[in-house]
Design a protein around this ligand. Structure first.
Ligand SMILES: Nc1ncnc2c1ncn2[C@@H]1O[C@H](COP(=O)(O)OP(=O)(O)OP(=O)(O)O)[C@@H](O)[C@H]1O
Length: 302
């Protein structure tokens, strides 16, 4: 559905995308995972024909976003990160407006949007500007789906959304998948990566890895340890960074995740070192890496 080869885009001196290549298969949920400024919005705007690129090849449904932008716009749905519907129109007026543009009606698309629309229908006469954040998001999603798109582009749909609404939103995405829509979604949240069929990890305009989430979490080239102590993570990290065999350390919930330059069992040595620094109640375990561990490691190397 999407093919990208050696794509580059700069904004004057900022290289937002550096020679990236990937493809997205039909009916996939493809996640673009990366921190702020990684290049996610730039890529999304190029694929949706809203931004020109400098170099490379891009095809969306076999068409060029430059030459065939009209075809692409008629066949995709795009939900930008920022709410961009008409705040002074009601919920129903907004949807009728977008349905009209695409030569359709709310009724014709009802089967696709009904699960989402039913949640905002009680407020159909309310102005969009007066809706809560979660409701605005559902309205924007209905508008993006009103013409039965073949690909749905979602730019950070869950950023700033509370955990319950985030879960609800992903439930909706999974259900849309049943309608054979290909979904291209960006997010800064690593826990959402596991909900995608495949993900691309992106940082500073470069793709660091592309694979199924379960495969990515295995690509870790070191033993990983979870450590905690009574004195807390700040003290723990300060001392670990000064340890002669230190390789990496970062906070992870109640623990810190640590790697060592040595590959053998280092458990005893670490206990002794930390105790010699006055730390107490030390708990240390060898753990499996998560996607976040892999991402941080790849980013550090990058
Ligand atoms: N119009 C612009 N002019 C100059 N630089 C820009 C412009 N738009 C984006 N950039 C820069 O390009 C890089 C990629 O930005 P982009 O918005 O694509 O990243 P992102 O992953 O979507 O992050 P965010 O979530 O912060 O939007 C950043 O360094 C950003 O500052």
């Amino acid at each position: 559905m999407i093919k990208v080869k050696n794509l580059s885009k700069s904004y004057e001196e900022v290289e937002a995308l550096k020679n990236i290549s990937f493809d997205v298969k039909s009916k996939e949920i493809f996640g673009l995972i990366g921190p702020d400024g990684a290049g996610k919005t730039t890529l999304m705007r190029i694929l949706t024909s809203l931004l020109l690129f400098d170099d490379g090849e891009v095809e969306v449904m076999g068409k060029s976003p430059i030459k065939d932008y009209q075809f692409i716009r008629n066949n995709i749905g795009y939900m930008p990160g920022k709410f961009s519907l008409y705040e002074d129109l009601t919920v129903e007026e907004n949807l009728s407006f977008f349905a009209n543009i695409f030569g359709t009606t709310i009724e014709k698309s009802y089967n696709l949007i009904k699960d989402i629309y039913q949640q905002i229908e009680p407020f159909k006469n309310r102005k969009a500007g007066a809706l809560s954040g979660g409701m605005k998001q559902k309205l924007a999603l209905c508008a993006a789906l009103i013409h039965y798109p073949k690909i749905l582009f979602l730019d950070e749909p869950t950023t700033g959304v509370d955990p319950v609404s985030r879960k609800e939103f992903w439930h909706i995405i999974k259900k849309l998948h049943e309608h054979d829509i290909t979904i291209f979604v960006s997010t800064p949240y690593m826990d959402e990566a596991n909900l995608c069929d495949r993900i691309a990890l992106i940082d500073k305009g470069e793709i660091l890895n592309i694979d199924q989430p379960q495969n990515i979490s295995k690509v870790f080239d070191k033993h990983l340890y979870g450590i905690q102590c009574r004195e807390g993570n700040y003290q723990l990290m300060k001392h670990l960074r000064a340890y002669e065999h230190f390789d990496s350390v970062f906070p992870f919930g109640e623990q810190v995740h640590y790697t060592d330059q040595r590959n053998e069992d280092i458990t005893e040595g670490i206990y002794q070192f930390l105790e010699s620094k006055g730390l107490s109640d030390i708990k240390l375990e060898k753990i499996e890496s998560t996607i976040e561990d892999v991402f941080i490691r790849l980013m550090t190397k990058n």
